[in-house]
Design a protein around this ligand. Structure first.
Ligand code: IMP
Length: 425
């Protein structure tokens, strides 16, 4: 059962790309299973840094088949741009397989995303405005257009007419905007995208299962994270898909028994972009320090991320809903200069100590963190490659995190380069 899932355990941007890179040697297939180009994966391979939004990171390795699974929403214009960027940097995209069952994001989805956000005013979600929510909404309404529809012009036009029959009413009557002409859009998509996207459209299920049946390793690469999950996140401040490990089953077409290693990626502190509750959020100099040293600006949108202390209550919940078999910790080095470090071990909610994620979200909005404070190590960890090289205070911090989470921390990273990590337990 050589299926491995990499899943974010917080609010995204945990640095999943780093561990995808470390695992890539043993993988034959790397499949994305949800989200779209709202993701931003930064990968440092050798001397080069790549920022990918949609294409699975496996594309950077000759021996890997990168797969965009059925659960992903695909903007064909973005896919082509990314393909051109990769080719221009000498990376072949020939092996890329895009599931014919994945749904398309088209320009009207992005327009709707921006209009919904504006309409929400102060209650806006802070989406990436990439059209993710409207594309998944169309999928659920059975008005979506699938990647495979590009291969049949008549079907593509027919579906576009049906979808826009609905969407144009919303654009014109609710938002007072111009209607989109279905045939003009069809002409544009087919003329600009079909040649570039067409050859990649395929049967992702067969690719993944053929590899699994041959005993090869398949990596399911999650985008966003547990607390942005449509069902398990801090709704409505979530994305419109299921980033949790179980999402790999629906979004890539595998059964739970195909997944045997579930690696939760956690930052040594917490960040969030967009709106929504964040119990350990910092509004002080330490928060600014984490932004500056951790370069906490969105890969994709450039937005400044909100920062806070590590929240073990979140992680215990993430361990449950994902079935984590291990945790990989990122950005430990960003805490290097701090005189003390804090771990949120429980919440105070209305005077009671709560150790598990409250079921009612209104309680989470009232939660204040109960911290355990530990001495900082005030040592540069960027060269640490063996746990023995760690100062005692850093070892104590890792031990404490592991005990609080209840899942082994197997790896920790201390910088963006491939060599900057060590094995822990
Ligand atoms: P959407 O996915 O663009 O609809 O945005 C919904 C929420 O998810 C917003 O709070 C976004 O900031 C957040 N979000 C979406 N993608 C990412 C990501 O890759 N990293 C961090 N936050 C994300």
């Amino acid at each position: 059962m050589p299926g491995t899932v990499i899943v974010g355990t917080q609010w995204g941007d945990e640095g999943k790309g780093k561990f995808t890179d470390l695992l890539s040697k043993e993988m034959s297939v790397v499949a994305r299973y949800q989200g779209g180009h709202n993701a931003g994966h930064t990968l440092v391979v050798g001397e080069e840094t790549f920022k990918l939004q949609l294409t699975p990171s496996g594309v950077l390795y000759d021996h890997i088949v990168p797969v965009i699974g059925n659960g992903v929403v695909v903007d064909p214009f973005v896919l082509l741009k990314e393909k051109e960027m990769l080719e221009s940097r000498g990376i072949s995209t020939r092996r890329l397989v895009v599931s014919g069952n994945a749904h398309l994001i088209l320009p009207y989805h992005q327009q709707l995303d921006a209009l919904h956000e504006r309409h929400l005013g102060k209650s806006k979600l802070g989406t990436t405005k990439r059209g993710i929510g409207p594309a998944y909404a169309d999928k659920s309404m059975r008005l979506g257009i699938r990647v495979q529809d590009l291969l049949d012009e008549d079907i593509f036009r027919e579906k576009l007419h049906a979808a826009l029959g609905h969407t144009n009413k919303i654009l014109t009557k609710v938002f007072n905007r111009l209607a989109v002409d279905p045939d003009e859009l069809a002409d544009r998509v087919l003329s600009e995208c079909l040649d570039g996207v067409g050859p990649h459209i395929g049967d992702s299920i067969d690719v993944i299962h053929t590899a699994l049946e041959a005993g090869q390793h398949v990596l399911f690469e999650g985008a966003q994270a547990t607390f942005l999950d449509l069902d398990h996140g801090t709704y409505p401040f979530v994305t419109s898909s299921n980033p949790i490990a179980g999402g790999a089953c629906a979004g890539a077409g595998v059964g739970p028994k195909d997944l045997n290693r579930i690696i939760g990626i956690a930052k040594a502190y917490v960040t969030r972009v967009g709106s929504g509750p964040f119990p350990t959020e910092l509004f002080d100099a330490v928060g600014d320090h984490l932004v500056d040293v951790g370069r906490e600006f969105g890969t994709n949108t450039g937005r400044r991320r909100r920062t806070g202390w590590f929240d073990a209550v979140m992680l215990r919940h993430a361990a449950r809903v994902n079935g984590l078999t291990e945790v990989a910790l990122t950005k430990l080095d960003i805490l290097d200069q701090l005189a003390e470090v804090k771990i949120c071990v429980a919440y105070d909610i209305d005077g009671s100590r709560v150790e598990h994620m409250p079921y009612h979200q209104s309680e989470l909005h009232r939660a204040t963190p109960i911290y355990e404070t530990m001495p900082g190590w005030q040592t540069d960890l960027s060269h640490v490659t063996e746990p023995d090289q760690l100062p005692d205070a850093a070892k104590a911090y890792l031990d404490r995190l592991q005990t609080e989470i209840g899942v082994p921390i197997t790896l920790a990273s201390t910088g963006p380069a491939r060599s900057q990590f060590f094995h822990w337990s």
